[in-house]
Design a protein around this ligand. Structure first.
Ligand code: PSU
Ligand code: MN
Length: 306
């Protein structure tokens, strides 16, 4: 019979202490570090993300798979491995295979949510969620982030999804899957680099205690669907919409020309857009992640008080 102690999950002592004492904890993903940012930026960003939480008295739990163990909470050496090694990008279905061969990898929103939930962490902050790709009616390319969020009762803070995706289709799928979508101080779905995607939302919350109240009700109802907190970048910090539109259409054109497919699509589009905007999209991307992590900290505090 398997017990929790047989589970291939290592929760770091710091995270385990925080969870047992009721100190706020926020999970962070590793794919953004390992595949979502240029290698030159990755380690600095990973450390800064954790620092933002520590400054707010929240314990960071960066999540990854290392040497056949699911890890919730990394040491600085482990963070460095994630930022510098060439690691595969692992979604949930890749976890059993990777554990079976004592492998390592970076976790997406899907697998980070899954592991955070197993560790007992309730709040997770990321940059942008995966979603339905453009042309999905032919390619069926829809991120497993969406289906996992229909099964894992976590609260994820994200600046919506990137415009590399089909945003209205992504919102339709979130609705079908029963994921609870809350605009954070907005009633429009954010467009990642852009403050708004122009898509209306059914529900808006003003602050972190309001998110914690929804978390509490979800728990009372024993629902397993995630809460997606859609947190927009302040308008003065968004990417110039003209720069955005030009880079986006060129990146999509190149992906089609090079026939990029499957799990390579998201990293390819992201790095091409960084190149095309001369790094401007990258600076905005980092701000978005930092912004979401701050809101994650506020929500974790509100939840801890509840
Ligand atoms: N969107 C971003 N930056 C990212 C990702 C998405 O703006 O780094 C990463 C996340 O880890 C997300 C994953 O879970 O890409 C989705 O990949 P796919 O579309 O292959 O499921
Ligand atoms: Mn995909």
């Amino acid at each position: 019979m398997s017990t929790l102690s047989d589970a291939p999950l290592t929760v770091s002592p710091e995270v385990a202490d925080a969870l047992s004492s009721g100190t706020p904890v926020v999970a962070l993903e590793s794919t953004i570090i390992s595949h979502g940012l240029p290698k030159s930026e990755a380690l600095g960003a990973a450390r800064r993300f954790e620092q933002i939480l520590r400054e707010r008295d929240v314990v960071p739990a960066t999540i990854a798979v290392l040497d056949g163990r699911l890890k919730a909470g990394l040491s600085d050496d482990e963070l460095e491995r994630v930022a510098t090694e060439e690691l595969p990008k692992l979604s949930v279905r890749d976890l059993p295979v990777t554990l079976g061969r004592s492998g390592s990898g970076a976790t997406t929103v899907a697998s980070t949510s899954f592991i955070a939930d197993q560790a007992g962490i309730r709040v997770f902050a990321t940059g942008g969620l995966g979603g339905v790709h453009r042309g999905a009616h032919q390619t069926f390319d829809e991120s497993a982030d969406l289906t996992v969020l229909s099964k894992v009762p976590i609260t994820v803070v994200s600046a919506g999804v990137k415009s590399i995706l089909d945003i209205p289709a992504t919102l339709e799928r979130l609705e079908s899957l029963g994921v609870i979508v809350l605009g954070y101080g907005t009633d429009e779905f954010p467009g990642f680099w852009l403050t708004s995607s122009g898509q209306p939302l059914d529900w808006s919350v003003p602050d972190a205690p309001a998110v914690a109240a929804v978390m509490e009700s979800r728990e009372q109802l024993e629902m397993c669907e995630a809460i997606l907190v859609a947190n927009p970048l302040p308008i003065e910090e968004q990417l110039d919409p003209d720069v955005h539109d030009r880079a986006l259409s060129e990146a999509l054109r190149r992906a089609e020309e090079k026939q990029v497919e499957g799990k390579d699509v998201t990293p390819f589009l992201l790095s091409t857009i960084v190149e095309l905007t001369g790094g401007e999209s990258l600076a905005v991307n980092l701000k978005i992640a930092e912004n979401n992590i701050s809101v994650g900290a506020d929500i974790a505090h509100a939840w801890a008080r509840q």
